[in-house]
Design a protein around this ligand. Sequence first.
Ligand code: 6R9
Length: 634
Amino acid sequence: MTSYPPAPEFAAQANADAALYERARADRDGFWAEQANRLHWHKPFTEVLDWTDAPVARWFGDGELNVAYNCLDRHVIDGHGDQVAIHWEGEPGDSRAITYAELLDEVCRAANTFTALGLVPGDRVAIYMPMVPEAIVTMLACARLGLTHSVVFAGFSPTALRQRVDDAEARLIVTTDGQWRRGKPAALKYAVDEALGSDPSSVEHVLVVRRVGLDVPWTEVRDLWWDETVAAASPSHEAQPFPAEHPLFILYTSGTTGKPKGILHTTGGYLTQTAYTHHNVFDHKPGHDIYWCTADIGWVTGHSYIVYGPLANRATQVVYEGTPNSPDEHRHFQIIEKYGVTIYYTAPTLIRTFMKWGRDIPDAHDLSTLRLLGSVGEPINPEAWRWYREVFGANNTPIVDTWWQTETGAIMIAPLPGVTAAKPGAAMGPLPGISAQVVDDDGTPVGSDESGLLVLDQPWPSMLRGIWNDMDRYRETYWQRFASEGWYFAGDGAKLDADGDLWILGRVDDVMNVSGHRISTAEVESALVGHPAVAEAAVVGASDETTGQGIVAFVILTGSAAAADALVSELKAAVSLEISPIARPREIHIVPELPKTRSGKIMRRLLRDVAEGRELGDTSTLVDPTVFEAIATA
Ligand code: 6R9
């Protein structure tokens, strides 16, 4: 297996060296204390980790800090107020350069506005916004005040928004009038009104940023314009310290049941690990690099590697509002060229899309400023890895394939650029300070050239502290599988190769990964059976050349419904509407029967075989093995 050692010039200037592994191995707590001390603590911590209440960790428990102070004030105080924090690029071609001083100013105004609305530390704020600077301002203003934000991806439906707002009991929703989507304004505030409806809710105010100039429905007193409130508020605000374990945000993610889990993250450990990983894995140099993470703030990657990690490290970054093909497929490459992007972090699904569009598109641009490339969200196939390095990286840049999850809060497994000789498609190994194992069903570590389940056998600073409103589910989902060992079960399969390097194989549960987005089979099934024509539904993720997995649904119709192409389109639209366009099934097959075990469980493995056009595996546990003849011909 070819590996790609770092170029000597890169290694010579890299932030991380091999000694970092040694240091972390020799004294894990001391190592993490050093990382935490890269932040500003209003009150220094004296204790590093308290694991006595496992699986709920306390990191730096007696310390106090303010996240927004760390991301903004201290850089301005240190004389970097004029450094650009965000080069924001709007979809229609408008742009804004926002310095650290300006960002601080905006965040203070927003914080004063939220305080005037009566919000107090611990209150929850829902953020339902496209990639506009005000979304980042809102997150930081919440952090500054000790408010817990819950960002809901702006592509989610009103139903999904309502579910999340209710679960978190948000008092405020911050949104925009609409968002640009491929050259057209699309309504967004409208969806908030639909979500809130006329049923009583916890929401007292809806704060609306004007982005596209659409007319919006308006409820007096409840609804407020950003440009009439925040813009008019005072820009001076003193950041108060909060305990290290103060809740910072909730972010909902799909689990194996239909109900999304509100993953809870806290302050000190989270900021420590996002800043540490952003510094070492991306080799980020403040004042020199132009960093671009292409994620949306609706996902954890946007939280950790657009907002908190980069800003804590005083990055200058590009934030882009739109899709990679607006107005055409050159957009990302033009942006890289325009700003001289040096570090680019994206998802394999986009790399495969670029491959499909053809290399003459990137070749038409000067990408020579790029010096490091990152990948996240799903396994990157070796072919895409090599293409990425060759076409984006002039066959020279390191690629960091970063494995982590909403739950882990920050990168856990990745090569260290400048140190690791990376292999295309491999996440390689746990970062310094992180400990992971690949084990079999009984918890016995697998040997080289074997695969098993990925577990994290030591607590880490940015780990989730629970599931909002459901600590039982927290214990069950992550800690029950290897309860006697006390390990965190990630839900992913992994393999160790002959050299002992780690490869992530993907989910081993009923969670699909479509273009790097987690969607549970149960969620899509419940959206389908919500349609009157559907009696029963089973959903699987089938491998897909571009999106990693595609959603394939098998449905049984109610007696009266007639099978028709129109119905299939209607069902696809129903899923988009109920969950999000991301969850729209690639295929829907109308079938007379579903394969079930004697205990009534749908055999998804077999349906996946059908969806991927494979020979059927073992059907012996089926109640009625003949159902497959009907399904295969349906
Ligand atoms: C950050 C993020 C987490 C799931 C995770 C795994 C998959 C993420 C990966 C990867 C292989 C990588 N995943 N990074 N698989 N290689 N580098 O994506 O969080 O949305 O919670 O998804 O994504 O299956 O369990 P999240």
